[in-house]
Design a protein around this ligand. Sequence first.
Ligand code: SF4
Length: 105
Amino acid sequence: MCISRCGVVATVEDGRLTKVNADPAHPNGCICVKGTAAPEIVYSPDRLRTPMKRTRPKSDPDPGWVSIFWDETMALVGANPQAFRKRGAWVEEYGYDIGANSGDT
Ligand code: SF4
């Protein structure tokens, strides 16, 4: 779930991820607590599933996040690619980052 790309063995029961362990054949040979907690993260009701768009100015203490669809997101990026060149700007404005271990969302 991060750039480390550890090797894992995932257990799926009845179509649901239930356990994640280190792949003993992978050079790392271990995973961190976040990797172990992957089933809880995947099914958390608090998990972001879509990009979030700020609807209020940055000076407002309430950013007014609203969920948007990917096609709207891609249209926004396509309309102003310079604004999204910096990864931090993307996260500040749209509240979505790839990976659970990025630390800046
Ligand atoms: S989140 Fe942990 S287990 Fe997953 S790839 Fe990163 S370091 Fe490895």
